[in-house]
Ligand binder design. Structure first.
Ligand code: ATP
Ligand code: MG
Length: 396
């Protein structure tokens, strides 16, 4: 029997008009994720994707990588059999006999409704065959072992292990977003959630080097590299922010500084978004988590730009955010100490109820235009790739 992976998606099926577009994007992403794993190009057939394997295929690595390809509902390593029920009996048992189990079930599905047997008939025939040889009982509810059989086109696919995919939509199908990425715990998770929904991220990190060390930039790069395992490649802008901060400090009340910093960060990020043809900005804010994230402050900060600022973590608790950060691996990087640009020159008791008119009055006194332009001009732009990709980091 030929060995292959069978890959299922669910939400994509709902998008009737766009189905080709989504499936092709998913195939492209699977291909990008499986570099050097010994797979052939993924093939679309009636509602699933087949991934033929070479004899040298690294199955455990393939499983690890597919688990990060958004758009996949579930997948399994399968064997292609001839479709005759006699073949199904022999081949299903051939796969199962190496295991010991007290209960089992056969779960057949016909992708091709012209197949002469119904799924129930297949289940009964193959079930009886396996029961006789294994001595195990059939249990439809709580079987120790399940054997899936999918009748599709010219094959029957048989497999014993169904692994969960990460859900979501294929990256690249939902448009581009600019993510404001600090070195903290939250913004990487916010980015991951947007990537999960099919968005292509462009990252922007503001740093205050040389007033701070380079640690925050190194962290941001490592986080982007890690997230590129989900996005396949990702661009990051490292923007020097210290001069803008110095201008803000000259003549503004101490308590409102973080709000002003955030408004100028959004403005610079919006310029980058226009350049990149991205439509929205993304931050890691969650209501009330820190002083700058009260509803009043979120309101005033958002009004600095025309573009919408999406906040995918807005209703999440810190523990929930940390849980995802741990799962995706960004947590350990985020908790490394760094010198965040916003911890420079800020008060102990920041404003929690910003007033837009007052903030705008402060800003009218500032003369930040040149510093903003200089920050944009001095930005460093890098492309990060997954660790398995060739040419890991490339300067643009
Ligand atoms: P995080 O854990 O993402 O740092 P936080 O809870 O520490 O978030 P803040 O530091 O107030 O909250 O930052 C709020 C959001 O502003 C961040 O999630 C991020 O999107 C953006 N942000 C803050 N600092 C920076 C920075 N230096 N560069 C880019 N974006 C930043
Ligand atoms: Mg932070």
């Amino acid at each position: 029997m030929d060995r292959l992976f069978v890959i299922h998606y669910n939400e994509l099926g709902l998008k009737k008009g766009n189905r080709d577009y989504f499936e092709n994007a998913l195939c492209g992403n699977i291909n990008a994720a499986l570099q050097n794993c010994g797979t052939e190009r993924p093939k679309r057939i009636s509602g699933r994707i087949l991934l033929p394997l070479s004899s040298s295929a690294d199955v455990s690595e393939i499983k690890k990588r597919l688990a990060r390809v958004f758009g996949i509902a579930y997948f399994g390593e399968a064997w292609a059999s001839a479709q005759a029920v006699e073949n199904l009996e022999v081949n299903a048992w051939g796969l199962m006999e190496g295991y010991s189990f007290k209960s089992f079930r056969i779960e057949a599905r016909r992708g091709d409704k012209t197949f002469p047997h119904t799924s129930v008939e297949i289940n009964q025939r193959v079930g009886a065959y396996v029961k006789e040889r294994s001595g195990a009982r059939v249990d439809l509810e709580n079987a120790e072992m399940t054997c899936w059989i999918e009748i599709v086109e010219k094959y029957a696919l048989i497999y014993l292990e169904r692994l969960p995919g990460p859900g979501g939509l294929p990256v690249g199908t939902s448009g581009k977003v600019v993510v404001l990425l600090s070195g903290g715990i939250d913004s990487p998770v916010a980015a991951w959630k947007m990537i999960k929904r099919g968005c292509t991220p462009v990252f922007v990190h503001f740093h205050s080097f040389p007033y701070t060390n380079k640690e925050s930039q190194e962290k941001a790069k490592r986080i982007v590299q890690l997230l590129s395992h989900y996005a396949f490649r990702a661009k990051i802008y490292l923007v020097p922010f210290a001069e803008v901060q110095r201008h803000i400090m000259v003549d503004t009340p101490l308590e409102t500084r973080v709000i002003l910093y955030r408004r100028y960060m959004l403005r610079l990020a919006e310029q980058i978004a226009r350049q990149e043809k991205a439509r929205v900005l993304v931050t890691g804010d969650s209501v009330g988590q820190v002083a700058s994230q009260t509803i009043e402050n979120i309101d005033v900060i958002s009004r600095a730009v025309e573009m919408p600022t999406l906040r995918p973590l807005i209703g999440d608790d810190k523990v929930e955010i940390i849980e995802i950060a741990r799962q995706i691996g960004t947590y350990d990087i985020s908790i490394q100490p760094d010198q965040d640009c916003c911890s420079l020159f800020v008060p102990k008791h920041p404003e929690t109820k910003a007033n837009l008119a007052e903030i705008e009055k402060s800003e009218a006194r500032l003369n930040v235009g040149d510093a903003m332009k200089a920050a944009m001009d001095a930005s460093e732009v890098l492309l990060e790739y997954p660790s398995y990709a060739t040419g890991a980091v490339r300067q643009l």
